[in-house]
Design a protein. Structure first.
Length: 577
């Protein structure tokens, strides 16, 4: 058994499908001069096998996609036949007496780095092709001949070094039973998406495996405990079958709570809304009894494609969400890319610290054309339901004023075109930057609501990169400084008589319920999978008791003390029930 980090709850059992990585790890093997001819023959065999494989894949896809869509395979074949590439590989082998796989890796790295430095998006994309071809050739040279396309009929557990949000969008949610990655973070967008999709996920296995997981290995992953079993014993399999059965029974038991009024035992109502990324999640939103959508992450509409979505396409999606919710509130966040979220066709600058760089509202205010297109689509959709607009990463009054000016311009255009929309649509901002907390009293005068994004807020308050494995243990949402930031934000919202909700991962953590009840926060928005579990705890909570606990929490000087107090309260509640 390997101890990782549980990022999305649940138990999954099945065979591993390993997504190959370009970053092959093997010793820098030197060869004797008398073996040079043999190494060259290995190289040529690897190239021939790679070309044959590419041709087979091309023929498999050409009948489905057409010739124009399979030209990428011709480009890959051309790389393997390129005399410049071949001369580089052969030169390394002849001059430095390095094994074929070592020479190939060095040559690939040289060309990839060279292309990445060019200020040309086309050439940067060619670097990706070179990586792909290099990955395939190294696979043949190293004898790693496992199938790299997931089985179409058989369920599997995805294993990868790391996954990007755009790769998650491509994931086959029917056959993908679970996820295991070597890298990642609990509050990364991949983790958030896994929780939203109900896919068990364990991360953080880098450096903990005696031998790499291979295609076909039977795995058990426990997303609650953060454990991965590789080729487990029959006794372990049987134990987890029973655990999974109990987990499914508990899930079914919670389902009966879906349409019970959401309130504490002493009658205080709290709305539990859902965070979504796609329209296909709406059925679950409704079946779990959510009060609405507290956060629609629109950036995923921009992924899994080759170009920016036009206004009409965005309008249709937003309209569909608004109509399907039947009058329930839907908060649509404007485009929030940057950080760990990128678009293949939208070049973002290379940055030493992208979390503090060109992202979210900063991109929107720099690219007014994109921003206005999205705002027009949201405004048009507002005519068909209870739609709100949410700006991400606002840090100043100036940013808010600029964003609202673009919104007013979009409204004026729609009026002149006689296109209906909700004239007095509510506008809110994400509170996720410390600067916004400090001036929350000023910002509250200009918006209709606050939505506290705890994921980034914790990151910025504690100066901890939530994607950095080295400092991940310092990322603690229960730090006393975070609690004071939350208190200040909510007090500013209450003083201005505006609505305040929480949409970060803390909203779905049942330990945090006394914090929200103590602060008198009446709306929490979370992953769909968390709603019924939080509701179950909320129905057993007391508003007055939580107010007392909140006062005690404010006197805690360490994160440990905060967590101990919350766990003690949670444990006592379980014993009492």
């Amino acid at each position: 058994m390997v101890e990782g980090i549980g990022a999305a709850s649940g138990i999954a059992m099945g065979k591993a499908f390993v997504i190959p990585t370009w970053e092959w790890d093997f010793p820098e093997k030197l060869i004797d001069v008398k073996d040079l001819a043999f190494e060259f023959e290995r190289l040529y065999d690897g190239i021939r096998n790679s070309k044959d494989e590419i041709e087979c894949i091309k023929q498999e896809f050409v009948t489905v996609l057409g010739d124009d869509k399979t030209s990428i395979f011709d480009a890959h074949l051309a790389i393997l036949e390129d005399p410049i590439f071949m001369n580089e590989v052969q030169g390394i082998m002849q001059r430095q007496y390095k094994a074929a796989e070592v020479a190939v890796k060095e040559a690939i790295e040289k060309f990839v780095n060279m292309f990445d430095l060019l200020d040309d998006q086309y050439m940067k994309e060619r670097a990706l092709d070179i990586k792909d071809v290099g990955n395939r050739l190294l696979k043949h040279l190293l004898g790693a001949l496992e199938e790299t396309i997931p089985p179409k009929e058989q369920p599997y557990i995805v294993v990868a070094k790391e996954l990007s949000p755009s790769e998650m969008v491509h994931l086959d949610t029917i056959n993908a039973l679970g996820l295991v990655t070597m890298l990642g973070g609990q509050t990364s967008h991949v983790s958030i998406m896994a929780r939203a999709m109900g896919i068990p996920y364990v991360l953080g296995l880098e450096g903990k495996l005696a031998t790499p997981i291979q295609n076909g290995d039977f795995l058990i992953i426990d997303g609650d405990e953060g454990q991965v079993y590789i080729n487990p014993s029959e006794e372990q399999i049987e134990m987890y079958r029973e655990r999974k059965s109990n987990w499914l029974k508990m899930r079914d038991k919670l389902q009966v709570l879906a349409h019970i009024p959401t309130q504490t035992e002493d009658g205080v109502a709290v709305q539990l809304a859902a965070n979504i990324s796609t329209v296909k999640e709406l059925d679950q939103v409704l079946s779990n009894g959510a009060s609405g959508v507290g956060l629609f992450r629109t950036e995923f509409l921009y992924m899994d494609r080759d170009n920016l979505p036009l206004e009409e396409e965005q309008f249709r999606v937003y309209k569909q969400v608004a109509e399907k919710l039947g009058g329930k509130r839907v908060v649509i966040r404007t485009l929030d890319i940057g950080g760990d979220k990128s678009l293949d066709y939208f070049a973002l600058p290379e940055e030493d610290n992208p979390a503090l760089g060109y992202r979210a509202i900063r991109i929107s205010l720099d690219r007014i054309d994109l921003f206005k297109t999205q705002l027009r689509a949201i405004l048009r959709a507002s005519y068909y339901g209870n739609v709100k607009i949410l700006y991400p990463m606002i840090a100043s009054i100036e940013e808010l004023d600029k964003a609202n000016a673009v919104l007013e311009s979009a409204k004026e255009e729609l009026r002149s075109e006689q296109i209906p929309f909700q004239e007095h649509i509510e506008v809110g901002i994400m509170i996720e930057v410390p600067a916004a907390v400090i001036i929350a009293d000023l910002l509250a005068q200009k918006v209709n609501f606050f939505s506290i994004g705890t994921n980034d807020l914790v990151q910025y308050v504690l100066a901890v990169d939530r994607m950095n494995e080295t400092v991940a243990h310092l990322y603690n949402p229960f730090h006393p400084a975070v609690l004071r930031m939350l208190k200040s934000t909510v007090e500013s919202a209450k003083a201005a008589n505006i609505h305040v909700s929480v949409c970060g991962e803390m909203a779905g953590d049942i330990r945090a319920l006394p914090i929200w009840l103590g602060l008198d926060v009446k709306e929490l928005s979370m992953s769909i999978q968390s709603i019924l579990r939080v509701k179950n705890s909320l129905l057993q909570s007391h508003f007055n008791q939580s107010s007392n606990i909140w006062e005690q929490l404010l006197r805690c000087s360490t994160s440990t003390a905060v967590i101990d107090l919350l766990n003690k309260h949670l444990h006592e509640d379980v014993i009492a029930k």
